[in-house]
Design a protein around this ligand. Structure first.
Ligand code: AMP
Length: 429
């Protein structure tokens, strides 16, 4: 069924032939649902808030209209570019990997402009000098992580007072990673008059508060869950101490082409890799203590399929686009329910059916109930053949699931206080 007024083909969108030709080369036949809904509004200059995961095609949803309006104003841009270290469009992202990925996509989409639109990417963990050089004379598009951008501003390598469009990508992640202060500082440096686009997979209080203070009469886009790529979610009850054995068994049994395994601590990555190695499975690790060059290399090798099993912390949960990743495994459960959604979103990319497996022992049982409740999902608990959980433990799991009494009013008061604290941050503006 077609939806009226929603473009079904890229040619129906008011995009330059340079962009349309590039999309054809990339094999983008039809716009994804988020692209159909977002592109026309952004071209009209509206502010926008969109609920979308990475994998839905959201990078092109904001990048294509951004490139289009930059190309419309190209003569003006060239003049501006000579004025100093100015930026026309600022895209803020939470992680280094996402910054690189978004910038690479934009460079790819703008290939037919033959260098007329300049995109620079800045993030921490690598030398600042190269980034300063790249920013000389300004840039049309700047993709940045908040910390490094502030560093560059304090050394006058970049000025934000001419920004016309601001994109906040993965806003929820940015706030949950503790970038609130950096964001407040950055937002204060931007001109009041600008177009703002905010993308977020989830909408906790902090994001809602940010939205209220940042957006003017925004268009709201929320995809129906049917529109998103499909991820089949499965949960296996596992005996305490048997998770590694079960993981090794599943990897060998299913012979997945690739698997991304999530753990909760950096040192767990190495421990688990060692334990899997003893069971005949080679795995690489990916976490925040690794240098940027290592992280880039590992991610490239995982993307190209050279690495089959990658064990990672949540740093890999956001925004990493690994084509057709067949399975994501929660070896440790994520701390926050929204991280669960981000982790499983690494599988089932761009219309492919993916698989997300969570291994839970009785200590995880209650936490997984919270994850289900917050994400409005309910999954059957399954057993892995040969690793069945014994009766007494199953009973413990059921007991752990019983609701615990809370003193009346505490939750509400606490929530109210948090809400107040969250909005204070943005009210300051
Ligand atoms: P994103 O959500 O922006 O990270 O995109 C996820 C994946 O979908 C990337 O590999 C994109 O190259 C791909 N993609 C985005 N839009 C389209 C489209 N219209 N048709 C086919 N693939 C797309």
């Amino acid at each position: 069924m077609t939806t009226p007024n929603v473009p079904q083909h890229f040619s129906e969108l008011a995009l330059d032939p340079e962009l349309l030709a590039r999309l054809t080369e990339l094999g983008y036949d039809t716009p994804t649902p988020i692209q159909s809904q977002v592109i026309p509004s952004v071209l009209e200059g509206r502010d926008l808030i969109a609920g979308a995961n990475t994998g839905s095609g959201k990078t092109a949803a904001f990048a294509l209209p951004l490139l289009q309006s930059l190309s419309d104003n190209r003569s003006q841009l060239v003049k501006n570019a000579n004025k100093g270290n100015e930026v026309s469009a600022l895209i803020l992202v939470p992680t280094r990997e996402l910054a690189k990925q978004v910038a690479d996509s934009i460079k790819s989409y703008s290939a037919h402009y033959n260098g007329a639109i300049k995109t620079v990417c800045v993030f921490g963990g690598v030398s600042v000098n190269t980034q300063m050089m790249a920013l000389r004379g300004g840039t049309d598009i700047l993709v940045a992580t908040p910390g490094r951008l502030l560093d560059l501003m304090s050394s006058n390598a970049i000025k934000l007072d001419k920004v016309k469009t601001l994109v906040l990508d993965e806003a929820d992640r940015m706030l949950s990673l503790g970038f609130t202060d950096e964001l407040t500082q950055l937002l204060d440096s931007l001109p009041k008059q600008k177009q703002t686009l905010l993308f977020s997979a989830t909408f906790p209080e902090q994001v809602q508060s940010l939205t209220q203070h940042l957006l003017t009469d925004p268009v709201e886009v929320q995809l129906q869950s049917d529109d998103e790529s499909t991820v089949v979610q499965r949960v296996f009850n596992v005996n305490k101490g048997e998770k590694t054995a079960v993981l090794a068994h599943l990897i060998k049994q299913h012979k997945w082409r690739q698997a991304l395994v999530f753990v909760n601590a950096k040192n767990h990555c190495e421990h688990l890799a060692d334990k899997l190695y003893k069971r005949g499975i080679e795995a690489d690790v990916f976490h925040g203590d690794k240098g940027q060059n290592y992280r880039t290399r590992i991610m490239d090798e995982f993307k190209s399929g050279d690495i089959e099993v990658l064990i990672a912390t949540d740093i890999a949960a956001r925004g990493i686009d690994i084509e057709k990743l067949p399975v994501v495994i929660n070896f440790d459960l994520p701390r926050s329910p929204s991280d669960y959604m981000h982790r499983i979103g690494r599988s089932g990319r761009a219309g492919e059916v993916g698989l997300a497996i969570s291994l839970i022992d009785y200590e995880d049982f209650h936490h997984f109930k919270v994850i289900e409740k917050k994400n409005k999902i309910r999954l059957d608990r399954e057993q892995v053949k040969g690793f069945e959980v014994d009766e007494s433990v199953t009973q413990k799991m059921i007991d752990a699931n019983k609701p615990t009494a809370k003193p009346a009013g505490t939750g509400k008061k606490k929530r109210k206080k948090q809400q107040q604290a969250d909005s204070d941050v943005w009210l300051k503006k």
